[in-house]
Design a protein around this ligand. Structure first.
Ligand code: HDE
Length: 708
């Protein structure tokens, strides 16, 4: 269970929770009233002139109920409309005073309450979770100095360099305006038309075509502030900084085949995963890292550090890990919290400042502007989820939905009637002052030449991928660009990406019915950044979900032992059968199947276990749903365990295409398939399965070409 509303954590990280307590409304055990507190005797029938007569206008309860309902919807976010939120806290590991005076980054152990919202970008509120898209990763820190927001993505670079192009980009990505097709997808003409006409998109498009754009879970993706910010210390010295979130579970992805199937089987896959993990106490954790560059080194790189289409390779500028965020409480009300939360990159605290990154500069304006419409006026900072945990005093007044009841006649500054209160705070006492950057420039509508290299880092990304990751990128291009009707756009995609890699462009061309690129030398030196490949990520069995297929006559002892081993490793097991309810085991005991083959599907699990029991194995092998379940696990390169008669079941599936293994009572592992027959005990077998589960995918199992 997630933490109860007013307990858990420390006084520091509970502050936001306690503040919100006063707004909570729990109807349990309460009487029904109107919005104005009048107790009601009936809400089933409207007031009529005779039971078969017309409804009367004087029925204020009817009018109130219907009117409120009629106005329940607010505009969805113009981008990032579909999201899921959670509460938690951030804890600092080490003092950062040398770099920033931000109070929440001074004392190790300081806990700051946070609210995080994950999102997709292009789809509308009701779209599926597992579409190919960047994911938003927005964090609101409720600090003692006011709210600080990192409004980031799970991809470290952006499509465009200047915010003025954002409306064009989004119009091109969103469904086409004549027929509102396609939903939540970049696989259409207008998006690729924009891409081939805008070469600065090359780097982010590489990420978008990669596995990063189909995460396994919000808990298993990185977050990046993307834009370059500044840290400023108490002496006024500034450094450039980029923000990072690194998940403790590592960075993992779905396969495209899985992602598409999950969109149908469980469109809420990521939302459900986040919610359930928190309810189960598997709190998502991310370490917070910063990359810093001294001002005097601003021009030391072969890219411009203010260009948001460039990352700072971690091998050149290491990520310094300075703290950890833990998400430990689900929202009480989706609308009140996740929907009404308003993030803004302009929300900073003393010790943090902006850079001249032209994308960031535009973002500073856009968020509050859009929220004025979305949240209905200038007082959305008073909505509980948006309120800082520190007092708010200024002379802003009135407006739609004002909650604060300001006292007294004075609402201007300077004043003598209230002794100039609310009083500005000097910098030395914590008042914010902007970093005094020296700028000597002419007004110009233009772009720096240092922003003109669009391909070197796109090539760095491509070169850093494993063969499997490269295959997935090529497949994604085939799927996405294959949906483009205009052949000239498809041809231009090949031409454009030949600037990234001739090999990539040639492979793209093969699948989309256009000419191969003219041969050129590989465009850039084959630099590599190992940090970019997911092959090098943390691998763990923790929180992975294993399906255990059972039918009447299954071996209860081995199922119990496997469940125990998985639970010790932090993984979970779910029993799946041909029907819901109690399933009798070989020894006469019973276990409850939580899912059947209608409500479960292989794509919703990380691995499968096939226990012994001859009746069980025979029934499963005759069941096409069960065979399909195992085949999907095989196809998607996931771990499979089988013990005793469960191993016979494999012969009825695609796993039978593998060379035979010895069956001498020892545990045999073959490309992620762990089998044992007639062993004295299953300890070694269970341990080996947990190891294979931690590895995740067993790519070598999938013969070329990788279908998934
Ligand atoms: Fe956003 N973005 N964006 N964005 N963005 C919005 O603000 C915008 C950009 C990001 O969970 C909007 O309240 C401009 C980069 C996230 O509520 C809007 C530009 C990054 C979220 C807006 C960018 C982001 C938004 C829509 C310059 C990664 C969801 C609703 C080109 C660093 C926050 C809203 C949430 C939301 C504008 C680019 C991340 C329209 C002008 C780069 C995670 O104001």
């Amino acid at each position: 269970m997630s933490e109860p509303f007013s307990s858990g954590g420390t006084a520091d990280d509970r502050k936001k929770t306690q503040q919100m307590e006063s707004y909570r409304n729990d109807g349990k055990g309460q009487k029904l009233t109107t919005n104005f507190g009048l107790k009601l005797s009936d809400t089933n029938d409207s007031l009529k002139a005779g039971v078969r007569g017309p409804t009367l206008l004087e029925d204020f309860h009817f009018r109130e109920k219907i009117t409120h309902f009629d106005h329940e919807r607010i505009p969805e976010r113009v981008v990032h409309a579909r999201g899921s939120g959670a509460h938690g806290y951030f804890e600092l590991y080490e003092p950062m005073a040398e770099y920033t005076k931000a109070k929440f980054l001074q004392n190790p152990g300081t806990k700051t309450p946070v609210f995080v919202r994950f999102s997709t970008v292009a789809g509308s509120r009701g779209s599926a979770d597992t579409v190919r898209d960047a994911r938003g990763f927005a964090t609101k820190f409720y600090t003692e100095e006011g709210n600080f927001d990192i409004v980031g993505n799970n991809i470290p670079v952006f499509f465009i360099q200047d915010a003025i192009k954002f409306p064009d980009l989004i119009h091109a990505i969103k469904p086409e305006p004549n027929n509102e097709v396609p939903q939540a997808s970049t696989a259409h003409d207008t998006f690729w038309d924009f891409v081939v006409s805008t070469p600065e998109t090359a780097h982010m498009v590489m990420w978008l075509m990669s596995d990063r754009a189909i995460p396994r879970s919000f808990r298993m993706m990185e977050g990046f502030g993307v834009n370059t910010f500044r840290f400023v210390n108490a002496q006024g010295k500034a450094r450039f900084v980029k923000f990072h979130w690194k998940p403790l579970l590592g960075v993992h992805s779905l396969l495209w085949d899985e992602a598409q199937k999950i969109s149908g089987k469980d469109p809420d896959f990521h939302r459900r995963d986040l919610w359930e993990a928190i309810e189960q106490g598997n709190y998502p954790e991310y370490e917070f890292g910063v990359q810093m560059i001294e001002e005097e080194h601003e021009f030391d790189f072969d890219f411009d550090i203010l260009d948001p289409t460039k990352l700072w390779p971690e091998e050149l500028v290491p990520v310094k890990i300075i703290g950890k965020m833990t998400l430990n409480r689900n929202v009480d009300n989706f609308f009140a919290e996740t929907e009404q939360v308003a993030f803004c990159p302009a929300n900073i605290v003393p010790g943090i400042d902006f850079s001249n990154d032209p994308l960031l500069q535009g973002r500073l304006f856009s968020y509050e502007d859009t929220q004025l419409t979305r949240l209905g006026g200038p007082n959305f900072h008073e909505i509980p989820i948006n309120r800082p945990i520190v007092p708010v005093h200024n002379n802003q007044r009135d407006g739609m939905h004002r909650m604060t009841v300001n006292h007294g006649p004075v609402s201007y500054f300077p004043n003598t009637l209230a002794q100039n209160a609310p009083t500005p705070v000097p910098e030395a006492e914590g008042g914010f002052t902007h970093y005094a950057e020296k700028i000597d420039a002419r007004t110009v509508r233009g772009r720096s030449d240092s922003f003109r290299d669009f391909y070197t880092q796109a090539a760095l990304f491509w070169n850093s991928m494993s063969e499997v990751e490269k295959k997935h990128i090529v497949d994604a291009f085939h799927f996405e660009v294959g949906h483009v009707k205009d052949k000239s756009i498809r041809q231009r995609v090949v031409k454009m990406f030949a600037n990234v890699s001739h090999e990539l462009a040639a492979r793209i061309a093969e699948g989309i019915g256009v000419d191969a690129p003219a041969f050129t030398e590989e465009p850039s030196p084959a630099a590599v950044s190992p940090a970019l490949s997911q092959e090098n990520t943390i691998k763990s069995a923790r929180t992975k979900k294993v399906a255990v297929l059972i039918e009447t006559g299954f071996c209860a002892k081995s199922v119990a032992q496997m469940r125990e081993a998985l639970s010790t490793a932090g993984a979970t097991a779910e029993l799946v059968s041909s029907r819901l309810g109690m399933i009798p085991a070989k020894d006469g005991s019973e276990q409850e199947a939580a899912k059947d083959f209608t409500t479960a599907d292989a794509v919703l699990y990380d691995a499968v276990y096939l226990p012994g029991g001859s009746g069980c194995a025979a029934a499963l092998s005759k069941n096409p749903d069960a065979r399909n379940f195992i085949n999907e696990m095989f196809l998607h390169a996931k771990s499979i365990a089988a013990s005793d008669e469960g191993t016979d079941l494999l012969t009825a599936t695609d796993a039978s295409t593998l060379p035979p293994v010895k069956q001498d009572g020892t545990c045999q592992t073959q490309l992620g398939i762990v089998r044992v027959k007639n062993a004295a005990d299953l300890n070694g077998f269970c341990t080996e399965f947990v190891n294979q589960l931690a590895i995740g995918r067993h790519w070598a199992r999938i013969s070329s070409p990788v279908r998934a």
